[in-house]
Design a protein around this ligand. Structure first.
Ligand code: HEM
Length: 499
């Protein structure tokens, strides 16, 4: 269904009094009729909320209102307007204060993801320096070691499968890969969850996103009165992750005894510790711990999930999978062993990169983002009050046929010159899997490299026998802060007939 674009006012987000003539107020917008007290909370399914909101966007247009979790929200689905709101941070909009309160209550200190204002700006500079493309390139040899760990794990799994064993739990294994990858780059610590079973940090991290999601949408904060088993398990997991963080910090402090290292700290954690030690730095130990937690949370689930979705889509599109494998053979075959691959080699995998962009268009791990107005302002032709949350439907326009022809189809070629007819000139401004504006994901270069490397390793070293769910149907989109494919299992065997 097509909607009129938001009116001309969308082009200016100027502060305005909610009474300005010609502007609508939030309560005048269309939207689903709510129930007393709970509003629309009981009309959405927690784990399908993105789909319920998308259906309302079809019904009520690009700007509508809902009442969820005790808040009146403005919902925006127009990509152009979304891009502008994201760019209006940190001055006019912030991340939602509710989320910050929930995370603090759980025992998670603010890191760059939750920080605001000057604190955010200072931390963001440090994070950007540590995740800059040249930093990520310098980290490549260590990333190769992590990829070797994944290959070794899958070699074992393939042997077990050949002997009648279980398929691989794809998401869980990829999360081990991404935890190991981010810990090496950001903290200089090799955590090696890939080669251990039992109690690993990744199993505790797994519980945290879903818990933030549940609490953010709870009608009543029952856990403040009584803790259910799931809440106690969550407390234990946060404690376990905090204990691991203190270990990372202690190891980093021990390394920083070296004055050369202190003068040019090689990773984010060490850079933060050196900064925190400066007199009057304004950077506390809690800021450092908060950022370690942030990197683990932000870098793990998102990257693993994006990779899972891509492998699922490739398996269901055999021609695209074949082309990806041929490309990997052509580019990487002559390079020999994985330890000889370079970032420049991976940069030549254009088809694989197009597959990543296309799968993130169809299956963005963050199908919505939320910003909160810091002052009275105007969104489109709607005047909103300070503290109003604005929910941004990030995938809406990416699935519109009038923007991306055959929008529902997986067509990686749209991201290459050969498929220009399938993508608008502004494709990258409509599909925004990493967000936008000053708070765009700082981990995107690392994430893209990790995804390419893991996929290239898989294609080069294994025959994929199946990426499927127990019932054989496409995996459901399960929303729990990120949009995860449920139940994906990988079956493979060491590659035969390697080119
Ligand atoms: C495919 C993988 C990833 C996806 C899809 C993704 C997506 C996102 C999105 C949508 C945001 C919000 C941006 C906004 O509000 O405009 C974000 C923020 C963030 N991401 Fe990622 N991310 C990924 C990987 C990573 C990695 C590997 C790291 C680092 C280890 C990371 C660290 C962060 C941080 C620190 C923020 C907060 C930035 C700020 O508020 O200034 N992300 N990411």
């Amino acid at each position: 269904m097509e909607h009129a674009a938001p009116t001309a006012r969308a082009s200016s987000l100027s502060p305005a009094s909610p009474a300005s003539p010609g502007l609508r107020r939030l309560r005048e917008l269309p939207g689903p009729r709510g129930w007393p007290l709970v509003g629309n909370s009981l009309q959405v399914r927690l784990h399908r909320m993105h789909q319920d909101l998308a259906a309302w966007a079809e019904q009520y247009g690009p700007l509508f209102r809902v009442r969820l979790g005790g808040f009146r929200l403005l919902v925006v689905s127009d990509a152009d307007l979304i891009g502008r709101l994201l760019r209006e941070r940190p001055d006019t909009f912030r991340r939602p204060s509710r989320m910050q309160a929930i995370m603090r209550e759980m025992g998670i200190h603010d890191g760059v993801f939750m920080a605001e204002g000057e604190t955010w700006a200072r931390q963001r500079r440090m994070v950007m320096a540590s995740f800059a493309p040249q930093q990520v390139r310098a980290y490549f040899p260590a990333l190769l070691r992590v990829a070797h760990g994944l290959q070794a794990r899958w070699d074992k799994a393939a042997a077990a499968q050949a002997a009648g064993g279980e398929p691989i739990d794809l998401q869980a294994d990829l999360m081990r890969f991404t935890v190991d990858a981010v810990a090496g780059l950001a903290f200089g610590s090799e955590v090696n969850t890939l080669s251990h079973d039992g109690d690993v940090i990744q199993q505790h991290l797994d519980k945290i996103f879903p818990a933030i999601w549940r609490r953010a949408h709870a009608v009543l904060p029952y856990w403040q009165v009584v803790k259910l088993p799931a809440d106690r398990a969550l407390d234990d997991s946060v404690k376990a992750v905090n204990a691991a963080i203190h270990r990372f910090i202690a190891e980093a402090r021990a390394r920083l005894v070296d004055p050369v290292r202190r003068a040019a700290p090689p990773n984010l954690l060490e850079a933060m510790l050196v900064a925190a030690d400066e007199p009057g730095s304004g950077m506390t130990d809690d800021d450092v711990a908060g950022n370690v937690f942030t990197m683990l949370l932000a870098g793990e689930d998102t990257t693993a999930t994006s990779l899972s979705w891509m492998l699922d889509l490739l398996w269901r599109h055999p021609a695209a999978l074949r082309r990806a494998r041929e490309e990997v053979d052509t580019v990487l075959g002559p390079r020999g062993a994985m330890s000889d691959w370079t970032p420049d080699d991976l940069a030549q995998l254009d088809w694989l990169e197009a597959c990543i962009h296309e799968s993130m268009r169809l299956k963005p791990v963050g199908p919505f983002n939320v910003v909160e107005a810091l002052r009275d302002t105007v969104v489109g032709d709607v005047a909103i009050r300070a503290r109003t949350p604005v929910l941004l439907l990030m995938r809406h326009d990416s699935l519109r046929d009038d923007i991306f022809p055959e929008a529902a189809a997986f067509r990686p070629e749209r991201w290459l010159p050969e498929g220009q007819a399938l993508a608008p000139a502004q494709a990258k401004r409509v599909s925004m899997p990493f967000g936008g504006g000053p708070r765009i994901c700082p981990g995107r270069f690392l994430a893209l490299l990790e995804i390419k490397l893991a996929a290239a390793m898989l294609l080069r070293h294994f025959d994929i026998l199946g990426v499927d769910t127990p019932d054989g149907l496409p995996p459901p989109e399960h929303m729990a802060l990120t949009m995860v494919p449920l139940g994906l299992r990988l079956r493979l065997q060491p590659r035969t007939g390697q080119a």
